[in-house]
Design a protein around this ligand. Sequence first.
Ligand SMILES: Cc1ncc(COP(=O)(O)O)c(C=O)c1O
Ligand SMILES: N[C@@H](CCCC[NH3+])C(=O)O
Length: 475
Amino acid sequence: MSRSAHPAGPRHADVLPEGHYAAPPADLNQLDPRVWSRTVGRNADGVATVGGIDVKTLAEEFGTPGYFLDEDDFRARCRAWREAFKGEKGEKGEKGEGEDADVFYAGKAFLSRAVVRWLTEEGLNLDVCSAGELATALAAGMPAERIALHGNNKSTGEIERAVEAGVGRIVLDSFQEIARVAHIAQRLGRHQRVQIRITVGVEAHTHEFIATAHEDQKFGIPLAGGLAAEAVRRALKLDGLELIGIHSHIGSQIFDTSGFEVAAHRVVGLLKEIRDEHGVELPEIDLGGGLGIAYTSEDDPREPHEIAKALRDIVHRECDAAGLAVPRLSVEPGRAIVGPTAFTLYEVGTVKELPGLRTYVSVDGGMSDNIRTALYDAEYSVALVSRSSTAEPMLSRVVGKHCESGDIVVRDAFLPADLAPGDLIAVPATGAYCRSMASNYNHALRPPVVAVRDGRAREIVRRETEEDLLRLDVG
Ligand SMILES: Cc1ncc(COP(=O)(O)O)c(C=O)c1O
Ligand SMILES: N[C@@H](CCCC[NH3+])C(=O)O
């Protein structure tokens, strides 16, 4: 029995996977706007376009594989987050003057100098978690006071650099770090603004590797057992530190706001304890990032304004109940801003049909440009983009060219059965944690990131070359 809307039914219909792609979509040519960036569509010839340029032209000019980033979409998402969080007072202004909440883009998702400039122009702040990310932010002109430094094991050098640059906040992750940052700030004659990252004991509904608020893990100081309260005691005592707030990040690729609500409840509970013990009302709380995006048509993420409303409501309610003034709120979305804005473009190479099983579609990249499928069992979508097709849907697995059988980009997907070497296929929603987690495995050359806008395309991160690899290999 065919489970396909296609008259001929899908090829390999006897082994249909579960969940996403349990059945082929009605129209393989359709590019679902939930999964693809805003300016993506198909032209009259059936070729996919982004920012007004078709993918065949992009492949000719920049080669494959490549990440193609929709700059308009990126900027629109920045604005949507900023608008959503600016609150009732929200007059637009430099560094959010008049606003009562801040959005820090999490640079780990993807960072380059162009991205930093867009963020600066769109009024966002930036969360960095290494000297390299900090250097990129400063090189591109992000004002230091709009930068937050994160990390569970910041080196002395990283802390010194951040304090010297005058970053707006350092998020303290451990007892050792409280003392270390205080010491460095005193030595440099500075008064460093800091937050303390706590783990609130929430089990986020996401992959184990990307959940971060349960206590048994490396990040943060547990609320349980009075450890967070003790960290606050120490930070308040030390010269060189100005404790401005409490930070909580519960995990990543989360759809349900209930975990944030529990986290907010517990963070406000700690603020109340601090007020009762020290007579101090800390002015800020940061609820971290982690908001999910649609990787497949089945995913249904919340809009920034819905998230903002849910978080604001809970913070206001909890503060009212505790008799606290409402602190300034900040959030740190990474994936939710950059994830949906880019797709990876590949050229199809070997196509191997295993009758009754599936067809393996090999592309000219793989786990070196997208490790997420191998690492987290992540689900992705894929489409033939260099032309449209009316061929029957064919159950496919998109794999890379690495010497590894786990080198899978898209585990289960339907592609048209007339797919052939030389066709271009694209995997959407690869803007976050793909280029930033890319590797040189098998001496692969990491692909470029090309920003496309209004009919113009330019590399913002260039493709690596064999010369780059050989330059590192000093013989
Ligand atoms: C402290 C912190 N903030 C923000 C983020 C960004 O997360 P996401 O890209 O899922 O929004 C992360 C990563 O999970 C993080 O560890
Ligand atoms: N890198 C992960 C998420 C971890 C985010 C950083 N705390 C991903 O690709 O989903």
